[in-house]
Ligand binder design. Structure first.
Ligand code: FES
Length: 124
C-alpha cells in the first residue's frame, strides 16, 4: 500500500537541509526531482554510486542497489536513485567518490590491468 514519508537530505558540504514528503512506491531521487530539486546522479540504476548518501535515521528499501555491498548498507550507505522510503528517513550526502572508493577501491591498481597489454595496431 502506497504511503507518504518525510525524507530529509542534509548536504554534508554546505549544511543545507532539504525535506520532502515522498511516496513509498517511488524512488527518492525521482520524487525530489518532481518537486524541483536536482540531486546528483549518473546511471540512475544503482551502479555508479553518484547518488550515494549515508542514513542518519530511518530505513530505506534498496534491493536494486548493486553499487553498495551489504557491508556498506549495514554501515548506512544507500543509493537514492533506487532507494524507497520505508519510514521517515534522514540522510546525509557523501563526498564525491567516497562510496565508489569504499565499494571498488580495493580493486584499483591490481591484477593484469596494471600493465598495458601489448597492443598491436594495424597501419594503412
Ligand atoms: S545514479 Fe548511479 S547509483 Fe544512483
Amino acid at each position: 500500500m502506497k504511503k507518504k514519508f518525510k525524507v530529509t537530505i542534509r548536504n554534508k558540504v554546505t549544511g543545507k537541509v532539504y525535506q520532502e514528503d515522498v511516496s513509498s512506491d517511488e524512488y527518492i531521487l525521482k520524487e525530489f526531482e518532481k518537486k524541483g530539486l536536482r540531486l546528483p546522479f549518473s546511471c540512475r540504476n544503482g551502479c555508479c554510486t553518484e547518488c550515494a548518501v549515508k542514513i542518519i535515521s530511518g530505513k530505506l528499501e534498496q534491493r536494486h542497489a548493486m553499487g553498495v555491498s551489504q557491508a556498506l548498507k549495514d554501515e548506512g550507505y544507500a543509493l537514492l536513485c533506487v532507494g524507497k522510503a520505508l519510514e521517515d528517513v534522514e540522510v546525509e550526502t557523501t563526498y564525491y567518490d567516497e562510496v565508489y572508493e569504499l565499494q571498488f577501491g580495493q580493486f584499483f591498481g591490481q591484477g593484469s590491468t596494471r600493465v598495458a597489454p601489448p597492443w598491436e595496431f594495424e597501419e594503412d
